[in-house]
Write a protein that binds this ligand. Structure first.
Ligand SMILES: CC(C)(COP(=O)(O)OP(=O)(O)OC[C@H]1O[C@@H](n2cnc3c(N)ncnc32)[C@H](O)[C@@H]1OP(=O)(O)O)[C@@H](O)C(=O)NCCC(=O)NCCS
Length: 147
């Protein structure tokens, strides 16, 4: 069974390993550790027993949240883990008085774009050449909700 919990010290190494596996410019272990003491940050991990199978991270400023990252272990994909992480993140943010979530996604990332659009995010802009390794445009997606 997979459960979602707030990220803690115990999860940092596995989250950093999953970052490195999924992204060409991954967050370092130190940067992820820093999120635990950042009052603006809220990260959730999906656990199967003690194994981190996915995570989502956010930072909130003035009632508006940004999604920093989202990833699921390849062998756990297409089982609804990411959908559950994002929906739960939105529920938790709403309880904190947050009413929007914005994110960037690589223009070629069809899986993530499909996930976000299914969850009600809409394209609100584009950042040309936002990503490196390889250079690529980012779509900016946003979802708002009533408290
Ligand atoms: C994108 C990612 C997080 C999706 O995780 P996941 O747990 O497999 O997603 P879910 O199973 O919750 O999928 C929910 C919906 O998203 C869409 N989706 C997910 N993966 C997809 C794929 N490979 N192709 C097309 N649509 C996809 C589908 O609409 C899916 O619903 P369905 O399975 O009922 O058709 C995962 O592929 C991943 O970690 N990718 C590498 C890191 C990454 O790109 N992160 C996003 C950065 S912005």
């Amino acid at each position: 069974m997979i459960e979602l919990v707030q990220m803690s010290d115990d999860h940092i190494l596995q989250v950093a390993a999953l970052e490195a596996q999924c992204f060409s410019a991954p967050w370092s272990e130190k940067a992820i550790l820093g999120e635990l003491t950042n009052p603006l940050s809220y990260w959730l991990v999906a656990l199967e027993e003690d194994k981190v199978v996915g995570y989502v991270g956010s930072q909130t400023v003035m009632g508006e949240a940004d999604m920093m990252n989202l990833a699921v272990l390849p062998e756990y994909r297409r089982q609804g883990v990411a959908r559950c992480l994002v929906k739960t993140l939105i529920e938790k943010l709403a309880l904190q008085g947050v009413c929007s979530l914005t994110l960037e996604v690589r223009a070629s990332n069809a899986a993530a774009l499909s996930l976000y659009e299914n969850l009600g995010f809409t394209k609100v802009g584009c950042r040309p050449r936002y990503y490196t390794k390889p250079i690529e445009d980012a779509w900016i997606l946003r979802k708002e909700w009533k408290l």
